[in-house]
Design a binder for this molecule. Structure first.
Ligand SMILES: O=C(O)CCC(=O)c1ccccc1C(=O)O
Ligand SMILES: [Mg+2]
Length: 370
């Protein structure tokens, strides 16, 4: 069915997190992002969300860069011609280099709109094979090990099935040791957000004692060769997060042996079309995926969940309930966890309505482009 974009609304939102989220590099206190709203000629609306942060610690993109890129470069393109399918967006923006999170927000809104037009849930449209996703948590760095243990206890009581700890040099072995002592059978993993270098091989070998599901992004974004060297020396599977932006990155990683697992994030890879391509390639090459998170608000959260319903997602996602991060989400029915599972809506598109009152509450700027 042909889709013609008639109007675009960019809502800039600033949502305070319930608790600051700390990793090896930075502390996040607010989610500052752009909600992209696309409206077609029949009045249907599709939504997408930028997942970048205020500073460029995760990738080079930021809240400001994504907003500018969408407004100046992507909006004019998205309205130009009608669409038979949202995957056409990729070809039209071929001349906009990188800026994946900006692209993913617009592309995500196109997919949501198209799913609504076709009257199917987004997860089914992209080829999802299950209507629920197993949920895990990522626990930010805390002031003490006992606080981490308390956080784990709370997460398990809330039903989460897998725990990720943020680590860095000086805040790693003792922490993992303490957690393993208290929880010998917990599905446990760690994420370094690039805090180590190849010179830390001997140190990182100690992780093999703790039966971790994986270590996520121990080394730098561009360190495919060093990750491969490290993977040869440690048994704990390496999972790449920040290194993976394209299918080409995935091919590099698999060819070199830089990782055994990949963390998939919609924003980092530029949208659903590339994400599905990466998914299919990884499945053919025996590399399992799982769904990472970006402290998303409701729309981004639902899109991450849709992606995690694909067949080759093999571990509980980092996507938690809305109330883990926000007092009030921008959805009328927030995302909830039930016995470790998040159930996806069978309604069309992302399947949840936007809470317009919450939107106004958090909005600091609104731009309408026709
Ligand atoms: O709970 C979430 O949304 C994910 C938490 C998380 O680990 C994370 C949050 C923000 C940016 C990067 C990461 C990461 O996976 O490295
Ligand atoms: Mg990570």
């Amino acid at each position: 069915m042909t889709m013609r974009i008639k109007k675009l609304i960019l809502h800039r939102l600033q949502m305070p997190l319930k608790e600051p989220f700390k990793n090896s590099l930075t502390t996040t206190t607010h989610k500052d992002f752009t909600l992209v709203e696309l409206i077609d000629e029949s009045g249907l609306r599709g939504f997408g969300e930028t997942v970048a942060f205020r500073s460029p610690w995760y990738t080079e993109e930021t809240s400001d860069s994504t907003r500018l890129m969408i407004e100046k470069h992507l909006c004019p393109i998205v309205k130009e011609q009608p669409y038979e399918h949202p995957s056409e967006f990729g070809k039209r923006i071929r001349d906009v280099r990188r800026n994946n999170m900006a692209k993913a927000a617009v592309e995500g809104a196109l997919w949501d709109l198209y799913a609504k037009k076709e009257n199917v849930p987004l997860y089914k449209l992209i080829g999802g094979v299950r209507s629920q996703v197993r949920a895990g948590v990522s626990i930010g760095m805390q002031d003490s090990i006992s606080t981490v243990l308390e956080e784990i206890e709370q997460a398990l009581l809330a039903g989460y099935e897998r725990v990720k700890l943020k680590i860095k040099p000086g805040n790693d072995i003792a922490l993992i040791e303490a957690v393993r002592n208290d929880y010998p059978d917990l599905a446990l993993m760690v994420d370094a957000n690039s805090a180590y270098t190849i010179d830390d091989i001997e140190h990182l070998k100690q992780l093999d004692k703790y039966n971790l599901l994986m270590i996520e992004q121990p080394l730098g974004t561009d360190d495919f060769v060093d990750h491969a060297k490290l993977q040869q020396q440690i048994e704990t599977p390496i999972c790449l997060d920040e290194s993976i932006h394209t299918l080409s990155d995935v091919k590099t990683a698999i060819t070199l042996g830089s990782c055994q697992i990949i963390n998939m994030k919609l924003g980092r890879v530029g949208g659903f079309t590339e994400a599905v391509r990466i998914h299919d390639y990884c499945r053919e090459n025996g590399i399992p995926l799982w769904g990472g998170g970006m402290l998303e608000a409701g729309v981004g959260r639902l899109q991450s969940l849709a992606l995690a319903t694909l067949d080759n997602f093999k571990f509980p996602a980092d996507t938690a309930a809305s109330d883990r991060y926000f007092k009030r989400d921008i959805l009328r029915q927030p995302v909830e966890v039930d016995n470790g599972f998040i159930h996806l809506s069978e309604s069309a598109g992302i399947g949840h309505d936007i809470d317009r009152e919450a939107l106004r509450l958090y909005r600091v700027e609104k731009k309408v482009l026709t």
